[in-house]
Write a protein that binds this ligand. Structure first.
Ligand code: ME8
Length: 517
C-alpha cells in the first residue's frame, strides 16, 4: 500500500522509433494535470514518464537510420525529454529502459518470478505470428486477411517466428486475474474498457512468450544470456524501477507503489492483464489503476506518416500558445473516448471557452475595478444571498473537481469549472455593477468583491490545467505564491484582503484571429 497522502502516476514509456506527436503529448498532458492537481491538493506526488528503448522495432529503426542502437536511442529519447519542456510537464523522473537501474530491476523481477517456485516461467519454443510494429504475438485466429496478406487486428504486418523462448504461464492466472478485477472494480477505467478486459480474460489466456533469441537489442535473461527479454516484460517493469525496485522496503517504493497508469486503449491489455500477472507472480502488489484513454484522429483521418498529418506538438504550441493547447485537448474529448483534432475545433474552444467565457469574465471585472474602484481589492459590506451562492459554488469546486479527477474524468472537472464561470458571467450581468456605481456604490463594491473572490477560486483550481494563465490571473489578484494558491485555500471564508493594491489588469486570453492568407 502506498503511504497515505502519496500519489504515483505514470505515462506509457514511448518507443524511440519516432518523433513525438500530439497523441504522445496528450497522454503525458493528462498525467501532468493529475500530478499537479494532487500536489496542489497537498499530496506527495511522483509523476513518471520516459522512453522504451529495446526490442526489434527500435533496433530496426536504428538500422534504418544507419546508427548504433544506443546512439539512436540517445538521440530520439532526447526528443521526448524536450517535449516535457515544451508542454510544461512537471514529471519528477524520466526513465530510459537502457539505464542500469532498469536492467537490474528487470532481472530482479524475472528472478523473483522464478524464485516464487510456481513454475510460472518455463523454457519452450515459440512458433507463431509476431508483429514488430505492435511488438506483440498473435494467434492465427486473431489475424485478419488483407490484400497485402495477413495482418494483426491493429492492421500491422505480421511475420512467422520460430525460436527457443521462455514462456510466462499466463494460462494459470485467469481465475486469479478475474478475482482481482472483481475485488477491485475500479482497477480498470473507464468501465467499458474494464468489461472488454474481463471478457478477454474469461475467454481463456494463452501462455506468453517472454524472451527472444533471434536478435540482441534487449536485456539478457538472468542465467540464460542467449535470450533477451520480450520488450513488454522489460518495458512494463519501468514503473517499479523508478521507485527503486527491487528495494521494496526503500522509501520510494513504500511511499509510492502502487501506481495509477494512464495509457492509450491500444496498450490496455499489456497493462491490465500481463502486468498484474507478472507482478503477482513475483510477489509484488499489482498497480492501483489502469485508465485507458481514446484515440485522436486529425481532421477526420488516422494520424500516419504516409498521410503526412502527424501533428508535432511544437507547431501547435507555436500557433495557439501552450495553455490553450493544454485546455483544448483535455476539454474537447471526454477522457476515455476517441475524438478528432481539427483546427476549427481548437479555434472554437479558444475563442469561446477561453476568450469569451473566462477571459472576458476576468477582464471585465478587473478592468472595471481598475477604472472605478481605485485599483484595489474592493471593500465589501454584508453579502446578499446571491453573493453567497456564487461564492459557495466556486468554493465547492475543490471537492467536485477532486471527485472527478480521482476517476480521471478531466473533461467533467473542466465542465464543473466552466459552470461556475458561466454563473459568474450571469451574476455580473444580473448585478450590473456599472449601474450600481451611480445608485449604490457600497453594493457595487460587494458585488465586485464576490466576483474577485470567485475568480480567485476558479484560477486556483485551473492551475493544473493551465498553469501559466491561471498563475497570471492569480498575479492580477495579488494572491501570493505558496499556500494561498493551494486548493485548500479555496475553502471557507473569502480570502482576498480588501484594500490590497491590484496590478494593472491585462488580457489573459486574446481571441485567435486567423492570419490573412
Ligand atoms: O506503445 N491518440 O509506445 P508508443 C491518442 N512503448 N494517444 C496516442 C495516439 C493517438 N493517435 N498515438 C499514440 C508503446 N498515443 C510502448 C508503451 S508502456 C510500458 C510501453 C499515445 O510510443 C497513447 O498513450 O507506441 C498510446 O498508448 C501511446 O502513445 C503509445 O506509444
Amino acid at each position: 500500500m502506498a503511504a497515505p497522502g502519496a500519489f504515483y502516476i505514470t505515462t506509457p514509456i514511448y518507443y524511440v522509433n519516432d518523433v513525438p506527436h500530439i497523441g504522445h503529448a496528450y497522454t503525458s498532458l493528462a498525467c501532468d494535470v493529475m500530478a499537479r492537481f494532487h500536489r496542489l491538493d497537498g499530496k506527495r506526488v511522483m509523476f513518471l514518464t520516459g522512453t522504451d528503448e529495446h526490442g526489434q522495432k527500435v533496433e530496426k529503426s536504428a538500422q534504418a537510420a544507419g546508427m548504433d542502437p544506443q546512439a539512436f536511442c540517445d538521440r530520439v529519447s532526447q526528443n521526448f525529454r524536450d517535449l516535457s519542456g515544451l508542454m510544461g510537464y512537471s514529471n519528477d523522473d524520466f526513465i530510459r529502459t537502457t539505464e542500469d537501474r532498469h536492467v537490474r530491476a528487470c532481472q530482479a523481477l524475472w528472478r523473483a518470478v522464478v524464485a516464487a517456485g510456481n513454475d510460472d516461467i518455463y523454457l519452450g519454443k515459440y512458433a507463431g505470428w509476431y508483429s514488430v510494429r505492435d511488438e506483440a504475438f498473435y494467434g492465427e485466429d486473431e489475424l485478419v486477411d488483407s490484400p497485402a496478406g495477413k495482418r494483426a487486428p491493429s492492421g500491422a504486418p505480421v511475420e512467422w517466428v520460430e525460436e527457443p523462448s521462455y514462456f510466462f504461464r499466463l494460462s494459470a492466472w485467469q481465475d486469479r486475474l478475474l478475482a482481482f478485477y472483481d475485488a477491485n472494480p475500479d482497477f480498470i477505467l473507464p468501465p467499458a474498457r474494464r468489461n472488454e478486459v474481463v471478457s478477454f480474460v474469461k475467454s481463456g489466456l494463452r501462455d506468453l512468450s517472454i524472451s527472444r533469441t533471434s536478435f540482441r537489442w534487449g536485456i539478457p535473461v538472468p542465467d540464460a544470456p542467449s535470450h533477451i527479454m520480450y520488450v513488454w516484460f522489460d518495458a512494463l517493469t519501468n514503473y517499479i524501477t523508478a521507485v527503486g525496485y527491487p528495494d521494496m522496503a526503500g522509501a520510494a517504493f513504500s511511499t509510492f507503489w502502487p501506481a495509477t497508469h494512464i495509457v492509450g486503449k491500444d496498450i490496455l491489455r499489456f497493462h491490465a492483464v500481463y502486468w498484474p500477472a507478472f507482478l503477482m507472480a513475483a510477489g509484488v502488489a499489482p498497480p492501483a489503476r489502469v485508465f485507458a484513454h481514446g484515440w485522436w484522429t486529425v481532421e477526420g483521418q488516422k494520424m500516419s506518416k504516409s498521410l503526412g498529418n502527424f501533428i508535432p506538438p511544437h507547431d501547435l504550441v507555436a500557433k495557439y500558445g501552450l495553455d490553450p493547447v493544454r485546455y483544448f485537448v483535455l476539454r474537447e474529448l471526454p477522457f476515455g473516448a476517441d475524438g478528432d483534432f481539427s483546427h476549427r475545433a481548437v479555434v472554437n474552444r479558444l475563442n469561446g471557452d477561453l476568450a469569451n467565457d473566462l477571459g472576458n469574465l476576468v477582464q471585465r471585472v478587473l478592468s472595471f475595478i481598475a477604472k472605478n474602484g481605485s485599483g484595489q481589492v474592493p471593500n465589501p459590506s454584508e453579502l446578499a444571498p446571491e453573493d453567497e451562492k456564487l461564492l459557495a459554488a466556486s468554493a465547492a469546486l475543490h471537492a467536485t473537481t477532486r471527485a472527478r479527477i480521482d476517476r480521471q474524468e478531466l473533461h467533467t472537472a473542466l465542465e464543473e469549472i466552466w459552470r461556475v464561470i458561466g454563473d459568474a458571467n450571469r451574476y455580473v450581468d444580473a448585478q450590473a455593477p456599472w449601474t450600481l456605481r451611480k445608485t449604490d456604490p457600497a453594493r457595487m463594491a460587494t458585488v465586485l468583491y464576490a466576483l474577485t473572490d470567485a475568480i480567485r477560486r476558479v484560477a486556483i483550481v485551473l492551475q493544473p490545467f493551465m498553469p501559466t494563465a491561471a498563475g497570471r490571473i492569480l498575479d492580477q489578484l495579488a494572491v501570493p505564491t505558496g499556500a494561498a494558491r493551494q486548493l485548500e485555500a479555496m475553502g471557507g471564508a473569502p480570502k482576498l484582503v480588501p484594500g490590497t493594491a491590484l496590478p494593472q489588469p491585462e488580457g489573459v486570453f486574446p481571441r485567435y484571429v486567423e492570419a490573412a492568407a
